[in-house]
Design a protein around this ligand. Structure first.
Ligand SMILES: Cc1cc2nc3c(=O)[nH]c(=O)nc-3n(C[C@H](O)[C@H](O)[C@H](O)COP(=O)(O)O)c2cc1C
Length: 411
């Protein structure tokens, strides 16, 4: 097999939200949904990610409540536990893999998040990363005694000052933390989000359904990064990649179809309802998409929702058909279905085309699909010289190959 040691290395992150990224993933016969509440599960998947030489493990946060009566949590089974707690548990059984916690600037004081992240960086020997989010779900506000979430540009303005204040606290710490501060990561799509990323982030997590989407996003971000005087090569762009693997493409497609079949109509509608932040429980699945009801009741920005729904609604597509199709493209991320060789080739093609620097892996179900990736795709990438066999150092900054800390970032 051809080995090219000078070719760009592919960065890998494991986004281990809940129990996999397909809404029906937890219903896979070999899925172990109850285990996500056990320490054993986190030990196992933490070691697995390190065996696969992933840069980092990432957990999102979820500060909002799910629907009343436990409706959503019963069906979707996407428990989102506190990221810092999970990552520290995994740190105890790993040595190198980075640990990226999503922490909102809208609902944490700079002092509090600086303290938690400094503790993480210290006790992990410099493996902490901070996915800086501003929180997207309007229902979060109620959990903090507020009626409304601040509007998006105000949230991003607050993110800038929160990052600056936290940075000041880390710089003034009497005993410096191992990395000086955690690695800054960002996930956000809007113009405000992209500008914030360009000024602040060292790695960016985004959806890119196709190679062209990836090229467009990465090109745009690299331009924004250069425009603020930073080096675009010092920022890693890491789109999500969901996947279903099997020995042949045909078998992978059959496996994918069987998994999607496990998403019954109720579950599909529930998943869509959560994405739209609107209650769809009383709606007739065979009737057209109830656009007016959705726009009147959604807690998300109406323009964003209209953009997604106006086309399908004008074609008279039914709510049930739309919801069933929607679960097949999990939140706009690319979904790969095929053999390990095809997957390795696809990943190399994307990186070589400038569509990304690596991938945020989102297994369709856990932990089996992640195990398949580590056992079958990772060795191919290593043989082709595109994935490290060993970690270069101890810190997440070393692992990402980021070079020296940009001193004035977010100042
Ligand atoms: C791939 C991705 C993952 C995200 N994960 C989280 C999360 O776990 N918690 C959260 O509060 N916001 C999360 N966000 C939300 C964004 O960080 C941002 O706060 C929100 O989307 C509004 O900004 P935007 O319109 O610029 O995307 C995520 C966004 C993206 C694109």
């Amino acid at each position: 097999m051809m080995t090219d040691q000078s070719a760009p290395q592919i960065h890998l992150w494991a986004f281990l939200q809940g129990i996999g990224h397909y809404p029906s993933g937890w219903r896979h016969p070999q899925a172990t949904p109850a285990e996500v509440f056990t320490m054993d599960y986190y030990r196992r998947v933490g070691r697995l990610a390190e065996r696969g030489r992933f840069d980092a493990i990432v957990f999102g946060d979820q500060l909002h409540s799910r629907g009343a009566g436990g409706r959503t949590s019963e069906r979707l089974a996407m428990p989102t536990l506190d990221p810092v707690t999970l990552l520290v548990a995994m740190a105890a059984v790993t040595e190198h893999v980075g640990l990226v916690a999503t922490i909102s600037t809208t609902y944490n004081s700079p002092q509090m998040l600086a303290e938690r992240l400094a503790t993480m960086d210290r006790i992990t020997g410099g493996r902490a990363g901070w996915n800086i989010v501003t929180s997207a779900y309007a229902t979060t506000a109620g959990n903090f005694g507020e009626e409304q979430m601040p509007e998006k540009s105000a949230r991003y303005a607050n993110a800038v000052s929160t990052v600056a204040e936290a940075t000041r606290l880390w710089q003034q710490a009497e005993v410096p933390i191992p990395q000086g501060r955690p690695v800054f990561i960002q996930a956000g799509q809007s113009g405000d989000g992209r500008d914030f990323a360009a000024r602040t982030a060292e790695a960016i997590f985004c959806p890119a359904a196709t190679i062209d989407d990836g090229i467009a996003f990465r090109t745009d971000l690299r331009q924004r990064i250069a425009a603020v005087g930073r080096n675009p090569d010092a920022v890693r762009i890491m789109p999500g990649l969901s996947f279903i693997l099997a020995p042949t493409e045909e078998e992978a497609l059959a496996k994918d179809a069987a998994l999607l079949e496990l998403a019954d109509l109720d579950l599909c509608i529930e998943y869509l309802a959560e994405s739209l932040t609107v209650d769809l429980s009383g709606q007739d699945p065979s009737a057209p998409i109830p656009l007016e009801h959705i726009l009147e009741n959604t807690l998300a920005p109406r323009e964003d929702i209209a953009k997604v729904l106006a086309g399908p609604a004008s074609k008279g597509i039914s709510l049930g058909d739309f919801a069933t199709a929607y679960v097949r493209t999990p939140r706009g991320h690319n979904v790969f279905r095929g053999s390990p060789e095809q997957m390795a080739d696809m990943m190399i093609r994307w990186v070589d085309a400038g569509a990304c620097d690596g991938f945020t892996m989102q297994p369709a179900w856990m932990p089996g699909e992640l195990e398949l990736f580590v056992d079958q795709v990772v060795p191919i990438l290593q043989e082709k010289g595109r994935l490290r066999r060993n970690y270069p150092g101890k810190t997440l900054r070393d692992t990402l190959g980021l070079g020296p800390l940009e001193a004035d970032l977010a100042a």
